[in-house]
Ligand binder design. Structure first.
Ligand SMILES: NC(=O)c1ccc[n+]([C@@H]2O[C@H](COP(=O)([O-])OP(=O)(O)OC[C@H]3O[C@@H](n4cnc5c(N)ncnc54)[C@H](O)[C@@H]3O)[C@@H](O)[C@H]2O)c1
Ligand SMILES: O=c1ccn([C@@H]2O[C@H](COP(=O)(O)OP(=O)(O)O[C@H]3O[C@H](CO)[C@@H](O)[C@H](O)[C@H]3O)[C@@H](O)[C@H]2O)c(=O)[nH]1
Length: 437
Protein backbone atom coordinates (compact mmCIF):
# COMPACT_ATOMS: atom_id res chain seq x y z
CA UNK A 1 0.00 0.00 0.00
CA UNK A 2 0.93 3.65 -0.25
CA UNK A 3 0.80 6.07 2.68
CA UNK A 4 2.12 9.53 3.45
CA UNK A 5 3.25 10.90 6.79
CA UNK A 6 2.74 14.65 7.18
CA UNK A 7 5.16 16.05 9.77
CA UNK A 8 8.44 14.15 10.06
CA UNK A 9 9.74 14.98 13.52
CA UNK A 10 10.46 12.39 16.23
CA UNK A 11 7.11 10.72 15.75
CA UNK A 12 6.60 11.20 12.01
CA UNK A 13 10.08 10.20 10.82
CA UNK A 14 9.90 7.06 12.94
CA UNK A 15 6.39 6.28 11.73
CA UNK A 16 7.35 6.80 8.08
CA UNK A 17 10.37 4.48 8.36
CA UNK A 18 8.33 1.87 10.20
CA UNK A 19 5.52 1.97 7.62
CA UNK A 20 8.20 1.27 4.97
CA UNK A 21 9.48 -1.56 7.18
CA UNK A 22 5.94 -3.01 7.12
CA UNK A 23 6.25 -3.18 3.32
CA UNK A 24 4.44 0.01 2.30
CA UNK A 25 5.53 2.69 -0.13
CA UNK A 26 5.85 5.82 1.98
CA UNK A 27 6.16 9.52 1.23
CA UNK A 28 7.16 11.64 4.23
CA UNK A 29 6.19 15.29 3.98
CA UNK A 30 7.49 18.12 6.19
CA UNK A 31 7.44 21.88 5.82
CA UNK A 32 11.05 22.12 7.10
CA UNK A 33 13.26 21.96 4.00
CA UNK A 34 16.47 21.29 5.98
CA UNK A 35 14.83 18.35 7.75
CA UNK A 36 13.54 16.94 4.49
CA UNK A 37 17.02 17.22 2.95
CA UNK A 38 18.56 15.24 5.83
CA UNK A 39 15.82 12.59 5.68
CA UNK A 40 16.07 12.31 1.89
CA UNK A 41 19.81 11.72 2.23
CA UNK A 42 18.97 8.60 4.25
CA UNK A 43 19.57 9.92 7.78
CA UNK A 44 17.48 10.75 10.83
CA UNK A 45 17.62 14.44 11.80
CA UNK A 46 17.83 13.43 15.48
CA UNK A 47 19.34 10.60 17.51
CA UNK A 48 17.15 7.52 17.93
CA UNK A 49 18.64 4.04 18.16
CA UNK A 50 18.33 2.12 14.86
CA UNK A 51 16.50 4.88 13.00
CA UNK A 52 19.42 5.99 10.79
CA UNK A 53 19.85 2.41 9.54
CA UNK A 54 16.12 1.97 8.92
CA UNK A 55 15.79 5.23 6.99
CA UNK A 56 18.98 4.50 5.02
CA UNK A 57 17.72 1.03 4.05
CA UNK A 58 14.31 2.16 2.84
CA UNK A 59 15.42 5.38 1.12
CA UNK A 60 18.01 3.31 -0.76
CA UNK A 61 15.31 1.05 -2.21
CA UNK A 62 13.03 4.01 -2.96
CA UNK A 63 10.21 2.69 -0.74
CA UNK A 64 10.69 5.71 1.53
CA UNK A 65 10.88 9.20 0.04
CA UNK A 66 10.48 12.70 1.38
CA UNK A 67 9.03 15.94 0.07
CA UNK A 68 8.01 19.43 1.12
CA UNK A 69 5.02 19.44 -1.27
CA UNK A 70 1.43 18.97 -0.04
CA UNK A 71 0.29 18.53 -3.61
CA UNK A 72 2.70 15.65 -4.18
CA UNK A 73 1.63 14.10 -0.86
CA UNK A 74 -2.07 14.34 -1.69
CA UNK A 75 -1.55 12.70 -5.08
CA UNK A 76 0.68 9.93 -3.68
CA UNK A 77 -1.75 7.97 -1.47
CA UNK A 78 -5.26 7.59 -0.08
CA UNK A 79 -4.01 7.21 3.50
CA UNK A 80 -2.33 10.22 5.09
CA UNK A 81 -0.95 10.06 8.63
CA UNK A 82 -0.51 13.41 10.36
CA UNK A 83 2.22 13.63 13.03
CA UNK A 84 2.94 17.36 13.29
CA UNK A 85 3.75 18.93 16.64
CA UNK A 86 1.18 20.02 19.23
CA UNK A 87 3.33 21.94 21.73
CA UNK A 88 2.16 23.92 24.72
CA UNK A 89 0.98 27.44 23.92
CA UNK A 90 3.40 30.07 25.18
CA UNK A 91 2.06 31.49 28.44
CA UNK A 92 -0.71 28.90 28.78
CA UNK A 93 -1.08 25.24 29.71
CA UNK A 94 -3.26 24.50 26.66
CA UNK A 95 -2.12 22.89 23.42
CA UNK A 96 -1.10 25.00 20.46
CA UNK A 97 -2.87 23.29 17.55
CA UNK A 98 -1.59 25.66 14.85
CA UNK A 99 0.69 23.07 13.18
CA UNK A 100 -2.18 20.57 13.00
CA UNK A 101 -4.75 22.97 11.56
CA UNK A 102 -2.16 24.48 9.18
CA UNK A 103 -1.10 21.07 7.87
CA UNK A 104 -4.70 19.89 7.42
CA UNK A 105 -5.68 23.21 5.82
CA UNK A 106 -2.75 23.04 3.35
CA UNK A 107 -3.34 19.40 2.39
CA UNK A 108 -7.14 19.48 2.06
CA UNK A 109 -7.45 21.56 -1.18
CA UNK A 110 -5.51 18.83 -3.00
CA UNK A 111 -7.74 15.97 -1.83
CA UNK A 112 -9.84 15.37 -4.92
CA UNK A 113 -10.79 11.76 -4.25
CA UNK A 114 -11.69 9.55 -1.27
CA UNK A 115 -8.98 9.66 1.39
CA UNK A 116 -8.36 8.82 5.02
CA UNK A 117 -6.56 11.32 7.25
CA UNK A 118 -5.27 9.41 10.29
CA UNK A 119 -4.12 11.82 12.97
CA UNK A 120 -1.35 10.63 15.30
CA UNK A 121 -0.57 13.95 16.99
CA UNK A 122 -1.62 14.28 20.63
CA UNK A 123 -4.54 16.69 21.06
CA UNK A 124 -7.13 17.84 23.60
CA UNK A 125 -10.37 15.86 23.43
CA UNK A 126 -12.82 17.48 21.03
CA UNK A 127 -10.30 18.36 18.32
CA UNK A 128 -11.40 15.71 15.79
CA UNK A 129 -14.81 17.19 14.86
CA UNK A 130 -13.27 20.65 14.32
CA UNK A 131 -10.47 19.25 12.18
CA UNK A 132 -12.83 17.04 10.15
CA UNK A 133 -15.07 20.04 9.48
CA UNK A 134 -12.13 22.12 8.26
CA UNK A 135 -10.81 19.36 5.99
CA UNK A 136 -14.17 18.48 4.44
CA UNK A 137 -14.99 22.12 3.81
CA UNK A 138 -11.67 22.69 2.03
CA UNK A 139 -11.31 19.38 0.16
CA UNK A 140 -12.83 18.99 -3.35
CA UNK A 141 -13.69 15.43 -2.24
CA UNK A 142 -15.79 16.83 0.66
CA UNK A 143 -17.44 14.10 2.74
CA UNK A 144 -15.46 11.42 0.94
CA UNK A 145 -12.51 12.40 3.14
CA UNK A 146 -12.64 10.47 6.39
CA UNK A 147 -10.83 11.58 9.52
CA UNK A 148 -9.51 8.86 11.84
CA UNK A 149 -7.78 9.20 15.21
CA UNK A 150 -4.76 6.93 15.70
CA UNK A 151 -2.89 8.05 18.85
CA UNK A 152 0.76 7.09 19.13
CA UNK A 153 2.22 5.63 22.33
CA UNK A 154 5.88 5.20 21.36
CA UNK A 155 8.66 6.06 23.79
CA UNK A 156 11.75 7.84 22.49
CA UNK A 157 14.81 5.55 22.62
CA UNK A 158 12.46 2.58 21.96
CA UNK A 159 10.64 4.30 19.10
CA UNK A 160 11.07 1.68 16.37
CA UNK A 161 10.19 -1.26 18.56
CA UNK A 162 7.19 0.53 20.07
CA UNK A 163 5.91 1.42 16.57
CA UNK A 164 6.32 -2.05 15.09
CA UNK A 165 5.30 -3.92 18.24
CA UNK A 166 2.92 -1.62 20.13
CA UNK A 167 1.08 -2.72 23.28
CA UNK A 168 -2.15 -1.77 21.53
CA UNK A 169 -3.46 -0.08 18.43
CA UNK A 170 -6.22 2.50 18.85
CA UNK A 171 -8.37 3.58 15.90
CA UNK A 172 -11.05 6.21 16.43
CA UNK A 173 -13.77 6.96 13.87
CA UNK A 174 -16.86 9.13 13.60
CA UNK A 175 -18.98 6.22 12.39
CA UNK A 176 -18.71 2.48 13.10
CA UNK A 177 -17.45 0.07 10.39
CA UNK A 178 -16.29 2.75 8.01
CA UNK A 179 -14.22 2.58 4.82
CA UNK A 180 -11.40 4.25 6.75
CA UNK A 181 -11.39 1.40 9.25
CA UNK A 182 -10.90 -1.22 6.51
CA UNK A 183 -8.11 0.83 4.95
CA UNK A 184 -6.26 1.36 8.24
CA UNK A 185 -6.68 -2.31 9.15
CA UNK A 186 -4.93 -3.07 5.85
CA UNK A 187 -2.10 -0.63 6.61
CA UNK A 188 -1.58 -2.18 10.05
CA UNK A 189 -2.33 -5.78 8.95
CA UNK A 190 1.06 -7.18 10.00
CA UNK A 191 0.79 -5.60 13.44
CA UNK A 192 -2.84 -6.67 13.91
CA UNK A 193 -2.18 -10.22 12.65
CA UNK A 194 0.68 -10.61 15.13
CA UNK A 195 -1.95 -10.47 17.89
CA UNK A 196 -1.73 -6.78 18.93
CA UNK A 197 -4.83 -5.68 20.83
CA UNK A 198 -6.73 -3.45 18.38
CA UNK A 199 -9.35 -1.17 19.84
CA UNK A 200 -11.77 0.51 17.44
CA UNK A 201 -13.65 3.31 19.10
CA UNK A 202 -15.11 6.79 18.64
CA UNK A 203 -13.10 9.97 18.10
CA UNK A 204 -13.38 11.31 21.64
CA UNK A 205 -12.25 8.07 23.31
CA UNK A 206 -9.28 7.74 20.95
CA UNK A 207 -8.24 11.35 21.61
CA UNK A 208 -8.67 10.97 25.36
CA UNK A 209 -6.80 7.63 25.43
CA UNK A 210 -3.50 9.36 24.71
CA UNK A 211 -3.80 12.14 27.30
CA UNK A 212 -5.10 9.71 29.89
CA UNK A 213 -2.23 7.25 29.28
CA UNK A 214 0.41 9.96 29.68
CA UNK A 215 -1.36 11.36 32.74
CA UNK A 216 -1.32 7.91 34.33
CA UNK A 217 2.37 7.35 33.51
CA UNK A 218 3.23 10.77 34.93
CA UNK A 219 1.19 10.04 38.06
CA UNK A 220 2.95 6.73 38.62
CA UNK A 221 6.34 8.49 38.50
CA UNK A 222 5.13 11.24 40.83
CA UNK A 223 3.68 8.66 43.21
CA UNK A 224 7.05 7.01 43.74
CA UNK A 225 8.68 10.43 43.98
CA UNK A 226 6.15 11.45 46.66
CA UNK A 227 7.12 8.25 48.50
CA UNK A 228 10.77 9.34 48.09
CA UNK A 229 9.89 12.52 49.98
CA UNK A 230 8.41 10.45 52.84
CA UNK A 231 11.41 8.10 52.73
CA UNK A 232 13.74 11.11 52.97
CA UNK A 233 12.02 12.20 56.20
CA UNK A 234 11.76 8.72 57.70
CA UNK A 235 15.07 7.12 56.75
CA UNK A 236 13.42 4.48 54.54
CA UNK A 237 14.93 3.34 51.22
CA UNK A 238 12.70 4.37 48.30
CA UNK A 239 14.38 2.04 45.80
CA UNK A 240 13.73 -0.96 48.03
CA UNK A 241 10.19 0.36 48.54
CA UNK A 242 9.66 0.56 44.76
CA UNK A 243 10.92 -3.02 44.43
CA UNK A 244 8.52 -4.20 47.12
CA UNK A 245 5.55 -2.38 45.54
CA UNK A 246 6.55 -3.49 42.06
CA UNK A 247 6.33 -7.18 42.94
CA UNK A 248 2.57 -6.72 43.26
CA UNK A 249 1.47 -7.47 39.71
CA UNK A 250 -1.37 -4.94 40.08
CA UNK A 251 1.26 -2.20 40.59
CA UNK A 252 4.31 -3.39 38.57
CA UNK A 253 7.85 -2.01 38.71
CA UNK A 254 7.83 -0.19 35.33
CA UNK A 255 7.65 3.60 35.58
CA UNK A 256 8.53 3.48 39.26
CA UNK A 257 12.11 4.74 39.10
CA UNK A 258 12.35 7.51 41.67
CA UNK A 259 14.56 10.54 41.06
CA UNK A 260 14.43 14.00 39.53
CA UNK A 261 11.02 13.38 37.91
CA UNK A 262 9.71 13.35 34.38
CA UNK A 263 10.56 15.65 31.50
CA UNK A 264 10.51 15.45 27.71
CA UNK A 265 8.31 16.69 24.91
CA UNK A 266 5.30 14.68 26.06
CA UNK A 267 4.55 13.87 29.73
CA UNK A 268 4.85 17.43 31.13
CA UNK A 269 2.96 19.19 28.33
CA UNK A 270 0.34 16.45 27.96
CA UNK A 271 -0.32 16.52 31.69
CA UNK A 272 -0.76 20.29 31.64
CA UNK A 273 -2.82 20.17 28.43
CA UNK A 274 -5.06 17.43 29.84
CA UNK A 275 -5.74 19.44 33.01
CA UNK A 276 -6.43 22.61 31.00
CA UNK A 277 -8.91 20.80 28.73
CA UNK A 278 -10.69 19.20 31.70
CA UNK A 279 -11.12 22.65 33.24
CA UNK A 280 -12.57 23.94 29.94
CA UNK A 281 -15.01 21.02 30.01
CA UNK A 282 -16.02 21.90 33.60
CA UNK A 283 -14.37 18.68 34.83
CA UNK A 284 -11.66 20.49 36.81
CA UNK A 285 -12.47 18.56 40.02
CA UNK A 286 -11.69 15.30 38.23
CA UNK A 287 -8.07 16.28 37.62
CA UNK A 288 -7.07 17.44 41.11
CA UNK A 289 -4.92 14.32 41.32
CA UNK A 290 -3.09 15.41 38.17
CA UNK A 291 -2.38 18.85 39.61
CA UNK A 292 -0.64 17.08 42.49
CA UNK A 293 1.26 14.91 40.00
CA UNK A 294 2.55 18.11 38.44
CA UNK A 295 3.38 19.72 41.80
CA UNK A 296 5.38 16.70 42.99
CA UNK A 297 7.33 16.78 39.72
CA UNK A 298 8.20 20.46 40.12
CA UNK A 299 9.37 19.81 43.70
CA UNK A 300 11.88 17.20 42.49
CA UNK A 301 13.80 19.75 40.43
CA UNK A 302 13.71 22.24 43.30
CA UNK A 303 14.96 19.49 45.65
CA UNK A 304 18.18 19.23 43.60
CA UNK A 305 18.65 23.00 43.97
CA UNK A 306 17.99 22.76 47.73
CA UNK A 307 20.54 19.94 48.12
CA UNK A 308 23.04 21.98 46.12
CA UNK A 309 22.63 24.86 48.58
CA UNK A 310 23.04 22.42 51.47
CA UNK A 311 26.34 21.23 50.01
CA UNK A 312 27.76 24.51 48.67
CA UNK A 313 26.08 27.15 50.85
CA UNK A 314 23.46 29.80 50.21
CA UNK A 315 25.66 31.85 47.85
CA UNK A 316 26.39 29.87 44.69
CA UNK A 317 28.14 32.72 42.86
CA UNK A 318 31.33 31.47 41.24
CA UNK A 319 30.87 27.87 42.44
CA UNK A 320 31.94 25.30 39.86
CA UNK A 321 29.23 22.71 39.27
CA UNK A 322 29.29 19.89 36.73
CA UNK A 323 25.99 18.54 35.37
CA UNK A 324 26.02 15.07 33.88
CA UNK A 325 23.18 14.99 31.40
CA UNK A 326 21.35 17.34 29.03
CA UNK A 327 18.86 15.00 27.32
CA UNK A 328 15.53 14.52 29.15
CA UNK A 329 16.37 10.82 29.44
CA UNK A 330 19.06 8.49 28.08
CA UNK A 331 18.93 7.14 24.52
CA UNK A 332 17.87 10.39 22.88
CA UNK A 333 19.24 13.84 22.02
CA UNK A 334 15.84 15.39 22.82
CA UNK A 335 16.19 18.21 25.37
CA UNK A 336 12.55 19.33 25.48
CA UNK A 337 11.64 20.11 29.11
CA UNK A 338 14.81 18.35 30.26
CA UNK A 339 15.03 18.25 34.07
CA UNK A 340 18.84 18.30 33.78
CA UNK A 341 18.91 21.51 31.76
CA UNK A 342 16.22 23.14 33.88
CA UNK A 343 18.39 22.59 36.96
CA UNK A 344 21.58 23.65 35.13
CA UNK A 345 19.88 26.87 34.00
CA UNK A 346 18.59 27.65 37.50
CA UNK A 347 22.05 27.14 39.02
CA UNK A 348 23.55 29.37 36.34
CA UNK A 349 20.95 32.03 37.17
CA UNK A 350 22.03 31.76 40.81
CA UNK A 351 25.58 32.62 39.76
CA UNK A 352 27.19 29.16 39.61
CA UNK A 353 29.65 28.27 36.83
CA UNK A 354 27.92 25.27 35.29
CA UNK A 355 29.54 22.82 32.87
CA UNK A 356 27.22 20.31 31.17
CA UNK A 357 28.18 17.06 29.51
CA UNK A 358 26.03 14.57 27.57
CA UNK A 359 26.84 11.82 25.06
CA UNK A 360 24.28 12.91 22.44
CA UNK A 361 22.46 16.12 23.30
CA UNK A 362 25.21 18.77 23.52
CA UNK A 363 24.52 20.32 20.10
CA UNK A 364 20.85 20.81 20.96
CA UNK A 365 21.71 22.07 24.45
CA UNK A 366 24.25 24.60 23.12
CA UNK A 367 21.59 26.09 20.82
CA UNK A 368 18.98 26.48 23.56
CA UNK A 369 21.32 27.41 26.43
CA UNK A 370 24.36 29.21 24.98
CA UNK A 371 25.01 30.72 28.40
CA UNK A 372 26.10 27.36 29.91
CA UNK A 373 29.57 25.78 29.48
CA UNK A 374 29.87 22.41 27.79
CA UNK A 375 32.38 19.57 27.61
CA UNK A 376 32.19 16.48 25.41
CA UNK A 377 34.04 14.25 27.81
CA UNK A 378 32.46 13.65 31.23
CA UNK A 379 35.86 13.34 32.91
CA UNK A 380 37.10 16.64 31.45
CA UNK A 381 33.71 18.21 32.34
CA UNK A 382 34.33 17.30 35.98
CA UNK A 383 37.74 19.04 36.20
CA UNK A 384 37.89 21.28 39.30
CA UNK A 385 34.19 20.78 40.08
CA UNK A 386 33.08 21.53 43.61
CA UNK A 387 29.91 19.50 43.06
CA UNK A 388 28.83 16.90 40.48
CA UNK A 389 25.13 16.50 39.67
CA UNK A 390 24.07 13.24 38.01
CA UNK A 391 20.83 14.32 36.32
CA UNK A 392 20.33 12.08 33.25
CA UNK A 393 20.82 8.34 33.71
CA UNK A 394 23.02 7.51 30.71
CA UNK A 395 24.67 4.15 31.24
CA UNK A 396 28.07 5.69 30.37
CA UNK A 397 28.02 7.67 33.62
CA UNK A 398 27.76 4.51 35.72
CA UNK A 399 31.15 3.35 34.33
CA UNK A 400 33.09 6.43 35.41
CA UNK A 401 35.73 5.75 38.04
CA UNK A 402 35.10 7.72 41.26
CA UNK A 403 38.75 7.32 42.35
CA UNK A 404 40.05 8.90 39.13
CA UNK A 405 37.40 11.61 39.26
CA UNK A 406 38.21 12.43 42.90
CA UNK A 407 41.72 13.46 41.79
CA UNK A 408 40.29 15.99 39.33
CA UNK A 409 37.59 17.65 41.41
CA UNK A 410 38.03 20.09 44.23
CA UNK A 411 34.88 19.27 46.18
CA UNK A 412 34.34 15.49 46.03
CA UNK A 413 30.61 16.04 46.36
CA UNK A 414 28.00 14.19 44.31
CA UNK A 415 24.22 14.43 44.06
CA UNK A 416 22.80 11.36 42.35
CA UNK A 417 19.34 12.44 41.17
CA UNK A 418 18.70 9.24 39.22
CA UNK A 419 19.74 6.53 41.65
CA UNK A 420 21.77 4.59 39.10
CA UNK A 421 25.25 5.19 40.55
CA UNK A 422 26.69 2.81 43.14
CA UNK A 423 27.12 5.50 45.79
CA UNK A 424 28.89 3.07 48.16
CA UNK A 425 31.78 2.97 45.66
CA UNK A 426 31.80 6.75 45.52
CA UNK A 427 31.81 7.05 49.29
CA UNK A 428 34.69 4.54 49.48
CA UNK A 429 36.60 6.82 47.07
CA UNK A 430 36.14 9.76 49.46
CA UNK A 431 33.04 11.39 47.98
CA UNK A 432 30.19 12.88 49.99
CA UNK A 433 27.05 11.65 48.23
CA UNK A 434 23.43 12.77 48.37
CA UNK A 435 20.67 10.92 46.60
CA UNK A 436 17.13 11.56 45.35
CA UNK A 437 16.40 7.86 45.06
N1 LIG B 1 8.05 12.41 20.31
C1 LIG B 1 7.37 11.38 20.77
O1 LIG B 1 7.94 10.46 21.37
C2 LIG B 1 5.87 11.30 20.60
C3 LIG B 1 5.22 10.10 20.92
C4 LIG B 1 3.83 10.04 20.81
C5 LIG B 1 3.12 11.15 20.41
N2 LIG B 1 3.78 12.30 20.12
C6 LIG B 1 2.98 13.44 19.63
O2 LIG B 1 3.25 13.51 18.22
C7 LIG B 1 3.25 14.86 17.78
C8 LIG B 1 4.58 15.19 17.13
O3 LIG B 1 5.57 15.13 18.12
P1 LIG B 1 7.11 15.16 17.74
O4 LIG B 1 7.85 14.88 18.98
O5 LIG B 1 7.36 14.32 16.55
O6 LIG B 1 7.26 16.71 17.33
P2 LIG B 1 8.38 17.39 16.43
O7 LIG B 1 8.35 18.83 16.76
O8 LIG B 1 9.65 16.63 16.54
O9 LIG B 1 7.86 17.19 14.93
C9 LIG B 1 6.86 17.93 14.32
C10 LIG B 1 7.20 18.04 12.84
O10 LIG B 1 6.12 18.61 12.13
C11 LIG B 1 6.64 19.51 11.16
N3 LIG B 1 5.60 20.48 10.81
C12 LIG B 1 5.16 21.52 11.56
N4 LIG B 1 4.16 22.16 10.92
C13 LIG B 1 3.97 21.50 9.75
C14 LIG B 1 3.09 21.67 8.67
N5 LIG B 1 2.18 22.64 8.69
N6 LIG B 1 3.18 20.82 7.64
C15 LIG B 1 4.09 19.83 7.61
N7 LIG B 1 4.96 19.61 8.63
C16 LIG B 1 4.90 20.44 9.67
C17 LIG B 1 7.85 20.13 11.83
O11 LIG B 1 8.74 20.69 10.88
C18 LIG B 1 8.43 18.92 12.56
O12 LIG B 1 9.35 18.22 11.76
C19 LIG B 1 2.91 15.69 19.02
O13 LIG B 1 1.52 15.84 19.08
C20 LIG B 1 3.37 14.80 20.16
O14 LIG B 1 2.70 15.09 21.36
C21 LIG B 1 5.14 12.40 20.18
O1 LIG C 1 10.26 5.26 36.18
C1 LIG C 1 10.45 6.29 35.53
C2 LIG C 1 10.19 6.37 34.14
C3 LIG C 1 10.44 7.57 33.48
N1 LIG C 1 10.92 8.63 34.15
C4 LIG C 1 11.15 9.89 33.44
O2 LIG C 1 9.94 10.22 32.75
C5 LIG C 1 10.20 10.89 31.53
C6 LIG C 1 9.48 10.22 30.37
O3 LIG C 1 10.02 8.94 30.15
P1 LIG C 1 9.41 7.94 29.08
O4 LIG C 1 7.99 7.72 29.36
O5 LIG C 1 10.30 6.76 29.00
O6 LIG C 1 9.70 8.77 27.76
P2 LIG C 1 8.89 9.42 26.55
O7 LIG C 1 9.67 9.10 25.33
O8 LIG C 1 8.65 10.84 26.91
O9 LIG C 1 7.51 8.63 26.42
C7 LIG C 1 6.30 9.10 27.01
O10 LIG C 1 5.68 10.08 26.19
C8 LIG C 1 5.40 9.63 24.84
C9 LIG C 1 4.87 10.82 24.07
O11 LIG C 1 3.53 11.07 24.32
C10 LIG C 1 4.40 8.48 24.91
O12 LIG C 1 4.10 8.05 23.59
C11 LIG C 1 5.02 7.35 25.73
O13 LIG C 1 4.08 6.28 25.85
C12 LIG C 1 5.37 7.88 27.12
O14 LIG C 1 6.05 6.87 27.87
C13 LIG C 1 11.73 10.92 31.40
O15 LIG C 1 12.20 12.18 31.83
C14 LIG C 1 12.20 9.83 32.33
O16 LIG C 1 13.50 10.05 32.84
C15 LIG C 1 11.18 8.56 35.52
O17 LIG C 1 11.61 9.54 36.13
N2 LIG C 1 10.92 7.38 36.17
Amino acid sequence: MRTTVIGCGYLGATHAACMAELGHEVLGMDSDTDKVAVLASGKAPFFERGLDALIARHTATGSLRFTTSYQEAAAFADVHFIGVGTPQQPGSDSYDLAQLFDAAGELAPYLSGPAVIAVKSTVPVGTAPRLAHLIRAAAPAGDRVEVAWNPEFLRESFAIDDTLRPDRLVLGFQHARSWGESLLREVFAKIIDSGTATIVTDWATAELAKGAANSFLATKISFINAMAEVCGKSGADVTALADILGHDHRIGRHGMRPGIGFGGGCLPKDLRGFIARAVELDAGDAVGILRETHAVNERRRQHVIDLTHEELGSDLRGKRITVWGAAFKPGTDDIRDSPALAVAQKLHDLGARVTVTDPEALDNARKLHPELDYAEDPVAATEDAELVLHLTDWEQFTHLDPVRLALRTTGHKLIDARGTLDTRLWQAAGWITRSLA
